[in-house]
Structures are given as structure tokens and as C-alpha cells.
Write a protein that binds this ligand. Structure first.
Ligand code: CU
Length: 173
């Protein structure tokens, strides 16, 4: 038989249970490929943040935002006209909005289009709770979406990590 030299394959072929185990292992591998961003803040809510604030991932990777705050709700929301904001994600990329995440809840998004993605937390944008994800690569010489800067709260603008920093370190806390 063709697979006789491969004992593991023969086991999978011979037992239905083996196939189930195999599917579970594949799911586990996919989950491990997710990159996590925490939504959190100080106990009294005086400061709030995404951690990391800046992240470099590759096309096809999934980001999962998790509300790790015990006393505050947060959102992860793309700067996109669909969310009532100027466009600060690549042309043609999918917008997202998690809506309110209670403590412990999470929201995941898979990124396929290369470029810079800016996002914010609806109740805390004015407190500077924003983040930036670069998918694949971006031009470090140009501040992205500078033409829309004037439409953002100053605290939000000042909390985006620079493109060059994200490209260099991959993770900006
Ligand atoms: Cu928030």
C-alpha cells in the first residue's frame, strides 16, 4: 500500500477518531497564529490604552483584541467612513467595529490588504485610545493619512506610533 512507510498517515487512514484529532490540532495551530492586543487601563479609568499600540503583521494574519479591563468597556473600531470617520485604512480593505466589548470579551479580524490601519476605541478616542497596525509593509518616510489629521482629536493623533518605529520593532507598547 502506498502509505505503508508512514505509520502516522496509516493510523489516520485507519481510524475515524484519528481524523478528528487531526482537525483539532489544525484549529489549535490556527489559534496560535493569532496576535493579541489587550484593551486595558488604570483601575480608576484615568488612563486607557491598546497594548501593544503598534503592531507589524503579515497579510492573512489575524488580530484578536481582548478587553482585559475589569471595570471598563472598550471597542476596536477602524477609522473608516462606515464608522463615521475619515479613511485611515488601505483603499479596498475591510472596515471593522467590534461594538462594546465587556470585560473578558474579544473581537478578531483577519487582515489581507497590505498597508497602514489606524483604529480607535469609541468611548476613549478623545483620551487617546488609538492603535496602528501595519500589514506587510508601508512607506516609513511618509506620515500616513496626514490629509485627515485635522479631523482627529489631538490626543488620538499624538498616540499613533510612527510607521518607522513599528517597522523596526514590530511591536510598539
Ligand atoms: Cu476604550
Amino acid at each position: 500500500m502506498a502509505f505503508a512507510h508512514n505509520p502516522r498517515r496509516r493510523l489516520l487512514l485507519s481510524a475515524g477518531g484519528g481524523l478528528l484529532v487531526s482537525a483539532a490540532l489544525l484549529r489549535k495551530a490556527a489559534a496560535a497564529d493569532e496576535v493579541e492586543i489587550a484593551l486595558s487601563g488604570t483601575a480608576n479609568g484615568s488612563e486607557v490604552w491598546f497594548r501593544p499600540r503598534g503592531l507589524l503583521i503579515q497579510p492573512g494574519q489575524t488580530v484578536r483584541w481582548i478587553n482585559k479591563d475589569t471595570g471598563n468597556v472598550h471597542t476596536t473600531t477602524a477609522y473608516h467612513p462606515k464608522n463615521g470617520k475619515p479613511l485611515r485604512i488601505p483603499q479596498g480593505a475591510d472596515s471593522w467595529n467590534s461594538d462594546y466589548l465587556m470585560p473578558g470579551e474579544s473581537f478578531a479580524m483577519t487582515f489581507r490588504v497590505q498597508g497602514v490601519y489606524d483604529y480607535f476605541c469609541i468611548p476613549h478616542e478623545h483620551a487617546g485610545m488609538v492603535g496602528r497596525i501595519i500589514v506587510g509593509s508601508a512607506d516609513p518616510a511618509q506620515p500616513p493619512y496626514a490629509d485627515t489629521d485635522a479631523k482627529l482629536p489631538p490626543a488620538a493623533l499624538s498616540h499613533f506610533p510612527g510607521v518607522a518605529d513599528i517597522l523596526k520593532t514590530k511591536v510598539v507598547q
